[in-house]
Design a protein around this ligand. Structure first.
Ligand code: UDP
Ligand code: MG
Length: 323
């Protein structure tokens, strides 16, 4: 493999950050498409690139495969290895720490984001947009994921000031300024595309292709998806808490009116014991609302607790790169 001259500079302009977690079956296919796409881009636009893989504590052979790739393309490849699994967003955060480019593009390792699209994102970044979001045309995920994701997009739109059409797509471009600001944020739970967006001055969205996962399964279980969405909600808005305060006030007023109504009936109609089951239903409903509110409060408090402990967000074992 002959590396393009432009790609050999030690100061790359374009950094591609890719989190990797148990992707042994798909990595080779990713390399086979990623490097030709980047080499073509580098000579077309005459800029140097680097790829920063972050192995998020994979338990399979991913780390070994990445190490071999660093040896094959040492001029443009670096791999950051974690000791254990810290999650996709922390892996990207570490990628940001080691990326040296003026333009940084994140990408999933499973080929759901076609590497050929990097060129379109680079184009927008070079045109002066400091944040390039993407919209997955014809998204290839399960029906459930698509519905849930649309609902979450909708909710986020209502309760935060972030306006992104498709928050979940990780194929995204950031300017150096935004990446530096994201790195300054010390949050232990975060959602990087949204965080980056809050700092953008000149964002742009483009439509990109989306493909089926090349190999393996999604690394997110339903539970983890719920956790991630709570990160998104709690990290960017306190409106859910305010909604609960208002709901509480409304319910208290309704209960007050009901009490007066019952009191008046007591004097007009005398003692009555009807509607016991209605009372049960109402009580259980209210207990449900209360538990949900308590849980929501817990989501915020749990995050505050994690934050005040100030444990390291991720621990880097080693960085594989050309010495
Ligand atoms: N990933 C990671 N750490 C994790 C989970 C996922 O680095 O704990 C990586 C994974 O290897 C992939 C990307 O994040 O490159 C997106 O994961 P996945 O494709 O499973 O998510 P989905 O596309 O189903 O949302
Ligand atoms: Mg995927």
């Amino acid at each position: 493999m002959t590396a393009n001259l432009a790609t050999q500079a030690s100061n790359p302009e374009l950094s591609i950050v890719i989190p990797v977690y148990n992707e042994e079956d798909g990595l080779q296919a990713l390399f086979d498409r990623l490097y030709p796409a980047l080499d073509a881009l580098a000579s077309k636009r005459n800029l140097a690139y680097e790829v920063v893989f972050v192995n998020d504590g994979s338990k399979d052979r991913s780390a070994g495969i990445l190490a071999r790739q660093v040896e094959l393309r040492p001029d443009v490849t670096r791999a950051v290895l974690f000791y254990s699994n810290f999650g996709q967003h922390m892996a990207i955060m570490a990628g940001f720490e080691y990326a040296r480019g003026q333009y940084i593009i994140t990408l999933d390792a499973d080929l759901q984001n076609p590497p050929e699209e990097i060129d379109a994102l680079t184009h927008e970044l070079l045109n002066g947009h400091d944040y390039v979001g993407t919209i997955r045309a014809d998204r290839r995920d399960s029906f459930f994921r698509k519905i849930a994701s649309r609902a979450m997009n909708h909710l986020r739109e209502k309760i935060t000031r972030i306006t992104m059409t498709d928050q979940g797509c990780m194929l995204r471009g950031y300017s150096r300024r935004i990446v530096d600001l994201v790195r300054q944020c010390d949050e232990s739970n975060t959602f990087i595309p949204a965080l980056g967006y809050t700092f953008s001055a000149n964002p742009k969205e483009i439509s990109v292709k989306h493909e089926e996962r090349f190999a393996g399964e999604s690394k997110y279980s339903l539970y983890q998806l719920i956790r991630l969405n709570f990160d998104l909600v709690t990290g960017f808005s306190v409106m859910p808490l305010q909604i609960f305060s208002i709901l509480g006030m409304l319910l208290a007023m309704a209960a007050g009116s009901l009490f007066i109504h019952l009191l008046v009936r007591r004097f007009i109609l005398g003692a009555e014991v009807e509607g016991v089951f209605t009372l049960f239903a109402l009580t259980f409903f209210l207990i449900g609302v209360m538990l949900f509110g308590l849980g929501l409060l817990g989501e915020y408090i749990g995050r505050i607790y994690q934050q005040v402990r100030q444990r390291p967000r991720y621990v880097v074992q080693t960085v594989l790169e050309k010495k």
